[in-house]
Design a protein around this ligand. Structure first.
Ligand code: SF4
Length: 348
């Protein structure tokens, strides 16, 4: 990431302009560079670290973050930071994970509106009900959930390590919550038969099953369709299509590669192909395009996550100035959630 250390504002601006050329409208770059310059100064004065998810808008992503990555990478960074303040440029469940791992540190989320359709799809009471219905079956919970849901779980996972986490349990049966599509994709990868007991058609206790899922969906990734893929392939037959595992199994099947946001980034960096299409949040396409100038990135850019979009440079500056919005988790919940998150971190 760009540093203001030893550089003048003019140098900082020129570096940012070179990075964002063609990705961010030129007229916005100076204004955003001024905000970023102030944020970087305040960050240093307050001994803060800024973690930025891959879905942050390109100017923020390339100007103020100390670490960028997917949920798993940022959880790891959060676990080892020595700074007093963690500013999480991502959504609420991510900032909560940082707090779960760093109870003594101040964790700030720049916008109170940065939620997530997956995290909101399930409550701790829903998990308790499932555990009653399927006693003794281990609960794997995607990190895209709130702390009280994690506290009811045996282990967490991300899209990058979901299959490895399921396999690590060495049981025939798991409860996998709350993303329906990720669960179906993991079921296929691990060879398990999945049921959804929240279906009205049956409680699922009388059928053969190995994975028990839930009907949560990512409001961004559920929008991609096989038809989108067919249309792009017609126009660009040499395109290589990368899909996030929160997309439907049909979309994943019709793509050339599926992986977490970091796995997609790595794939683009390590291959030299003519064209790529990323089926994920559109700011990530912009960020990869800015970092891989020689490679053509196609984007279906009507799909911006409204929650990630709440995090702006303006709000990040305010967060540092006013020490807002502080993430708080009751200790009885935090301790139990930490067990599930730390178990995941030992798996990789
Ligand atoms: S992209 Fe989907 S999973 Fe990620 S924060 Fe937005 S709604 Fe949640």
């Amino acid at each position: 990431m760009l540093e203001e250390n030893e550089t003048t504002f003019e140098e900082f601006y020129l570096q940012l302009e070179a990075k964002l050329k063609g990705v961010v409208p030129h007229i916005e770059i100076k204004y955003k560079a001024e905000l970023a310059w102030k944020i970087n100064k305040l960050k240093k004065d307050k001994n803060a670290v800024i973690l930025g998810h891959n879905y942050m808008e390109p100017a923020l992503y390339h100007s103020i973050t100390d670490y960028v990555g997917d949920s798993l990478e940022l959880s790891r960074e959060a676990a080892k930071t020595e700074n007093d303040i963690i500013v999480f440029c991502g959504v609420k469940f991510m900032a909560e994970t940082a707090k779960i791992l760093n109870p003594e540190k101040t964790v700030l989320l720049p916008s109170e509106k940065a939620g997530c359709s997956l995290a909101e799809s399930i409550t701790a009471a829903d998990v308790r009900n499932l555990k009653k219905k399927f006693p003794g079956v281990p609960v794997v919970t995607y990190v895209n959930t709130y702390a009280d849901v994690k506290a009811e779980s045996d282990i967490c996972c991300t899209s990058g390590n979901a299959a490895a986490v399921v396999n690590s349990l060495q049981t025939d049966t798991v409860i996998f919550l709350p993303d329906e599509y990720l669960a179906k994709n993991v079921a296929r990868e691990t060879g398990k038969h999945i049921i959804f007991p929240s279906n009205k058609n049956g409680n699922g206790t009388d059928v053969d099953f190995q994975m028990i899922g839930w009907h949560g969906k990512c409001e961004v990734h559920e929008k991609f369709t096989v038809e989108d893929i067919e249309n792009v392939r017609k126009q660009f037959p040499d395109v290589v299509i990368l899909a996030h595992p929160e997309c439907s199994p049909e979309v994943v099947e019709a793509s050339d590669f599926s992986g977490s946001t970091s796995a997609m980034t790595k794939y683009v960096e390590e291959t030299s192909l003519n064209r790529y299409l990323l089926l994920t949040e559109c700011s990530m396409g912009d960020n990869i395009a800015a970092a891989n100038r020689g490679k053509e990135m196609l984007r279906l850019c009507s799909v911006r996550c409204p929650h990630m979009n709440e995090i702006t440079l303006e709000d990040t500056l305010k967060a540092l100035e006013l020490n807002q919005y502080v993430i708080e988790i009751p200790e009885s919940i935090r301790v139990r959630a930490a067990i599930a998150v730390e178990r995941m971190l030992t798996i990789g």
